[in-house]
Design a protein around this ligand. Structure first.
Ligand code: CO
Ligand code: ZN
Length: 336
């Protein structure tokens, strides 16, 4: 699975420009799927039809990563930018932006040497392509960048610029490949534009019209210096979402996830976030609604160039999803 994670996390894929990621995923899923289709917004729908008698299940992982868009280029060849998604300005100094044509720009901030490091708003950031004038700049206003940073294997943990949410994409691919049999009609959907407001999942869920929906995405990790009152820890197993800033998980679904993990001796933890959200919010609200929840991978330093996750958490998430999809779904004892 590590080769797949490397390939996915190093690919270019800011919001709305997920084609390179989609092509990689298509190659891996096509031999294992009954149907593979790209919808008008760019979501990749991968369907596995089960033996029958089950429900329609939608799993979602987003292909996009946070990015930048060029807003202005000055006469000396420096470009101004605005973020696509939750880019933190303080993580940008020294970062590298990569464009779809391969152009690379280094990012810095006005008055770098004199800067106090605290007031780093996006308006003060600029891209430097190593040129001296406007005509030598290899990009135009409106061009979109992701970030350039290699995947690194630290053994039990891995670091990349886009674990959010290529780790979810890898987990879905691996789950499809390992799933021997299922009674359900399972839609593995690789979504677009999550980072700018779960837009791909909204139209995809409208198309699929699922009974049950589960997002697989990263969440914060509480085991870092001075992070208080957040019990999710990297390496302690996938986290079953209870709530976040955009949704409350379906109580029956949440219980089914936890019971299945316990029955199969898969480590898990419960996640309660007070901010942010995932594709599960969009899937929960499509049509008349679906029973929605999320399996979250604890991630240190989400939305920085060095997002860190545990390999065992990713493997356990695959085990959990395979176990969930292999049998019947019971949403009844959640006491909604
Ligand atoms: Co994100
Ligand atoms: Zn995400």
């Amino acid at each position: 699975m590590k080769n797949l994670i490397k390939q996915l996390t190093e690919a270019y894929g800011p919001p709305g420009y997920e084609h390179a990621v989609r092509d990689i995923i298509k190659d891996h899923v096509t031999p294992h799927a009954d149907q593979v289709e790209t919808d008008p917004l760019g979501n990749l729908h991968v369907v596995k039809r089960g033996s029958g008698g089950g429900l329609k299940v939608m799993l979602a992982a987003h292909m996009d990563e946070i990015g930048l868009i060029v807003t202005h280029i000055d006469d000396k060849g420096f470009a101004r930018l605005t973020p696509l998604g939750g880019v933190r300005a303080e993580t940008m100094v020294g970062n590298r932006a990569i464009f779809t044509n391969g152009a690379l720009g280094v990012i810095n901030i006005d008055n770098w040497l004199m800067h106090d490091g605290l007031d780093s708003s996006h308006r003060k950031l600029y891209l430097d392509f190593g040129v001296k004038d406007k005509k030598s700049v290899p990009v135009r206003v409106g061009d979109v960048a992701g970030f350039e940073r290699p995947w690194v294997d630290l053994g039990e943990t891995m670091v990349a610029k886009s674990m959010d949410d290529r780790i979810g994409c890898a987990i879905l691919i691996e789950t499809l490949q390992q799933l021997q049999q299922t009674p359900h009609e399972v839609h593995f959907v690789f979504t677009v534009q999550e980072e700018v407001g779960t837009r791909g999942a909204a139209t995809a869920a409208y198309k699929v019209h699922p009974d049950v929906s589960i997002a697989v995405d990263v969440t914060d990790s509480g085991d870092i210096p001075k992070r208080k009152n957040f019990d999710v820890k990297m390496g302690d197993g996938p986290a079953i979402k209870v709530m976040d800033g955009g949704m409350l998980a379906h109580p029956g679904l949440k219980k089914w996830l936890a019971d299945t993990a316990a029955k199969n001796k898969i480590p898990y933890q419960m996640e309660i976030m007070t901010f942010g959200t995932t594709d599960a919010r969009a899937m929960q609200l499509a049509h008349e609604g679906s029973a929605a929840g999320a399996v979250s991978i604890p991630c240190r330093y989400v939305h920085t160039p060095s997002e860190m996750v545990s390999y065992s958490d990713a493997q356990n998430a695959v085990k959990l999803l395979v176990a969930l999809l292999s049998g019947p779904i019971n949403l009844e004892d959640g006491k909604r």
